[in-house]
Design a protein around this ligand. Structure first.
Ligand SMILES: *Cc1c(COP(=O)(O)O)cnc(C)c1O
Length: 431
């Protein structure tokens, strides 16, 4: 039995696309990107918002241009990302720079390029004050430390006492730990007095407040609390123009995954936003920086089954890709659904799908797939975000090509690397 939806995008047979461009191949579906963008837009239609696509999730200039076409701005975390955004046609005020622990010189470069800048540590805030005083409005990134407050049992800033551990039950230990480890991001509220002291001393104009806790927006109560907290803090900044709620919206990888309904948090936000704007007496903007939400489900890594082998217990499918091209399974233990798009017999078998690097290199273990034969094409899902952008040349293998399927055409948006690309920057000594 054939299931066209498995291997067709916009009427194109992905196996033909692989024939044309080779494997491994990253393929993005412009229709899905657009659909996700519109879903995001609709969920937050109750608030005056901007969507700043987090380009680190899928750093390709054609994807940037498509996001611009849809009406997004971009969120950048390095100066080259800003420059790429400018080249893609974004105006400086359509780009936000949200780096983590960077040397102050990078912030100066961003200011020179005229983009809104986000400061996330006391040291750079002080340097910023010295350099620019009240001449360049700036946004500060806060870290509400909710979890550490709860765990340490310490008196909390504002009213975190009503948050308790039950709120994290459905988040799962690993994710909690992940969030906990993220605490290098942002200015901890513990240091908030210092922020105010520096802001007042240099008369820095704070025009934005930023809160991004990756992987954490899984729970409505936590989201509501985060929003209330940031609005409460925001009241102290007379030059405030926007509150940036970052990204971090999870998407389903596995049918059992719990994800938050965007419409639900849209409603929560609208309520808090209206209360806040009324008390402020004017409207502010809400910025978002989704990466994963827009791109994850829009992208696939297509790979060829090249070697089938067994060790007596496990059937292995050896592919022509690996964690050099898709790092998430090995790095985060992420689940990525894998399907065989070349065989639809329905007689499935259990496999470990492995990469070809000379390391432990699992793409998926104990997966049921329609019987895999040599040269079958496997589709690895949820590869649109943090797929290509985290790829490397480990084992001296070229990075895959990228293709965008748009208007029922497969457009090449990045060439496959070749041997010359791999050696280009090496300096050869003679002995
Ligand atoms: C990585 C990042 C994002 C995007 O996060 P997603 O989980 O992909 O939505 C947004 N904002 C900042 C500051 C980031 O570092």
């Amino acid at each position: 039995m054939k299931n066209n939806s498995l291997y067709e995008i916009q009427g194109l047979d992905l196996r033909d696309v692989c024939e044309q461009f080779g494997t491994p191949l990253y393929v993005y579906d412009a229709d899905v990107i657009k659909q996700k963008f519109n879903q995001f837009r609709n969920a937050f239609k109750g608030v005056d918002h901007r969507i700043m696509f987090a380009v680190k999730s899928c750093t390709n200039i054609s994807i940037m241009k498509y996001m611009r076409f849809l009406g997004a701005g971009i969120d950048t975390v390095s100066v080259p990302e800003i420059k790429m955004g400018l080249r893609a046609g974004f105006k400086p005020n359509e780009i936000v720079f949200t780096p983590n622990v960077v040397e102050f010189s990078e912030i100066k470069e961003a200011v020179a390029l005229g983009v809104p800048v986000n400061i996330e540590n006391i040291q750079n805030l002080e340097a910023f004050g010295q350099e620019f005083n009240d001449q360049y409005p700036v946004c500060i990134r806060l870290n509400p430390n909710m979890l550490s407050e709860i765990e340490s049992g310490r008196a909390s800033f504002l009213d975190f006492t009503s948050i308790n551990k039950e709120h994290y039950q459905d988040v799962g230990e690993e994710r909690v730990a992940a969030w906990h480890n993220q605490s290098k991001f942002g200015i901890s509220l513990i240091e908030f007095d210092k922020v105010m002291e520096i802001v007042n001393r240099y008369k820095i104009k704070i025009n934005g407040l930023h809160l991004h806790s990756s992987h954490v927006i899984l729970n409505k109560e936590v989201f509501a609390k985060g929003v209330q907290t940031i609005f409460e803090i925001a009241k102290q900044f007379e030059h405030l123009e926007y509150v940036d709620l970052g990204g971090g919206i999870m998407v389903k990888h596995h049918p059992d995954d719990k994800v938050i309904e965007l419409d639900d948090i849209g409603r929560i936000l609208q309520k808090e936003y209206e209360i806040f704007c009324t008390s402020l007496g004017r409207k502010i903007k809400i910025w978002f920086e989704p990466g994963r939400f827009l791109m994850s489900e829009a992208g696939y890594l297509l790979t060829k089954a090249v070697v089938l082998k067994t060790n007596g217990f496990i059937n292995f499918v050896g592919t022509n890709t690996g964690f050099n091209h898709l790092l998430r399974p090995m790095m985060y233990d992420a689940y990525h659904d894998i399907v065989n798009i070349s065989n639809f017999t329905g007689d499935s078998e259990k496999y470990n799908i492995v990469g070809n690097l000379c390391e432990i290199d699992n793409l998926g273990t104990e997966r049921s797939l329609d019987k895999v034969r040599q040269d079958d094409i496997l589709m690895i899902k949820n590869a649109g975000a943090y797929g290509f952008s985290m790829s490397s040349n480990y084992n001296t293998r070229p990075k895959p090509a990228e293709v965008l399927i748009i208007n029922s055409k497969a457009e090449l948006i990045r060439k496959r690397e070749n041997f010359e690309d791999l050696i280009r920057n090496q300096v050869e000594l003679e002995f």
